[in-house]
Design a protein around this ligand. Structure first.
Ligand code: COA
Length: 330
């Protein structure tokens, strides 16, 4: 039976692998770049990289454990787990969500699935969690964005490897006394799939410096097209979201935008007329962590978001996909 109760984010958590790599690393491995170029063009100074024995599901479990610790819902109350990732533990199956269920030691019946919407994955997953709870198909969900993007980039390609990092963020979603989700706006434009995709690549190099197998699928990107399209879809999506909710941008307290490029975030702030100070920013420390980006930034900012604050989450990425959510913080 559909519920009339408010549905919102109950608690959040995040996890970053220990290894932190600064911009001078790229010079030390022989790339024709500089720490100054990387920081000035992207805003990134460091990113975290998973160790060889850390799978995407391990990062996801770290984030989930923190989300359970931070809130009143325990893992055995969870009805479903959704993992948004472009870097699942296995190509094909089992899903990373099933591995998270196993690693959390959950033996009760939990629905587990992964979704693929690139950097919009977490917000797509949150809207799915909302729909499931609203329709009565579960009371509490664990929604995770987790990535090991460092394994999807060619570390000899200076156009891409400087941008990405590994990490995870998680949210427990369920019924709340008041507030919660107000509106959703999301979509995709498959005609732009070619500007950011994964293609068979020869002579690609791993983070360790060892070669990848020939023809391995690696990230390819038309940086300038992604830059322009990203700003356009985020501004359009936010404009529609606010208009449908009949909310003025002055009423927004915090914006958690996908952390792809500091200059993209600044441009969105300017075009939306929302002060940059209201945007949560951690790209300088963690780089672009794709589906993990929004929940990671949200969890890091949790201490300064007050109950009742109006929050926007907005993502964009390969597909091309975009997704924005308006909610009152609980
Ligand atoms: N170091 C030094 N020079 C670099 C470089 C690097 N790491 N990467 C590219 N360059 C060079 C280019 O080869 C180019 O040289 P050329 O003029 O001789 O051809 C020059 O710098 C300018 O390249 P350009 O692509 O125009 O730079 P840019 O200002 O657009 O910045 C990005 C590049 C990738 C930082 C930027 O386009 C971007 O962030 N795009 C969006 C990426 C994104 O958000 N991806 C994820 C979406 S989810």
């Amino acid at each position: 039976m559909p519920t009339n109760k408010c549905i919102g984010v109950i608690s959040v958590g995040h996890f970053l692998p220990h290894m932190c790599v600064a911009n001078d690393h790229f010079v030390s491995i022989g790339l024709d770049t500089s720490p100054e170029w990387i920081e000035s063009r992207s805003g990134i100074r460091t990113r975290h990289i998973a160790s060889d024995n850390q799978a995407t599901s391990d990062l996801a479990v770290g984030a989930a454990e923190m989300a359970f610790k931070n809130g009143p819902i325990s893992s055995n109350q969870i009805d479903f787990i959704i993992v948004a990732t472009a870097t699942p533990d296995h190509i094909g199956f089992p899903s990373t969500a099933c591995l998270v269920q196993q690693k959390l030691g959950l033996t009760h019946s939990v629905e587990c699935l992964d979704i693929s919407a690139a950097c919009s994955g977490f917000t797509y997953a949150l809207s799915l969690a909302y729909s499931k709870i609203h329709s009565g198909m579960g009371q509490y969900g664990l929604v995770i964005g987790a990535e090991t993007l460092s394994r999807l980039v060619d570390w000899s390609d200076r156009r891409t490897c400087i941008l990405f990092g590994d990490g995870a963020g998680a949210a427990i979603v369920g019924t709340v006394d008041s507030g919660g989700f107000i509106g959703f706006n999301q979509g995709a434009d498959g005609n732009c799939s070619h500007i950011l995709n994964c293609l068979p690549t020869e002579n690609a190099v791993q983070f360790s410096g060892k070669p990848y197998p020939p023809g391995v699928s690696m990230i390819h990107m038309d940086g300038q097209s992604v830059f322009k399209k990203g700003i356009q879809v985020v501004v359009d999506s936010l404009t529609q979201l606010l208009s449908e909710a009949n909310i003025n941008s002055n009423s927004i307290d915090h914006v958690v935008c996908h952390q792809a490029n500091q200059r993209i975030i600044s441009s969105v702030a300017k075009q939306m007329g929302i002060p940059l100070e209201k945007f949560v920013i951690n790209i300088d420390r963690v780089g672009n962590t794709s589906a993990a980006s929004i929940p990671l930034a949200l969890s890091e900012a949790n201490a300064r978001i007050n109950p009742g604050d109006t929050v926007i989450l907005v993502g964009f990425g390969s597909g091309f996909t975009w997704s924005s959510i308006l909610l009152k913080w609980n």
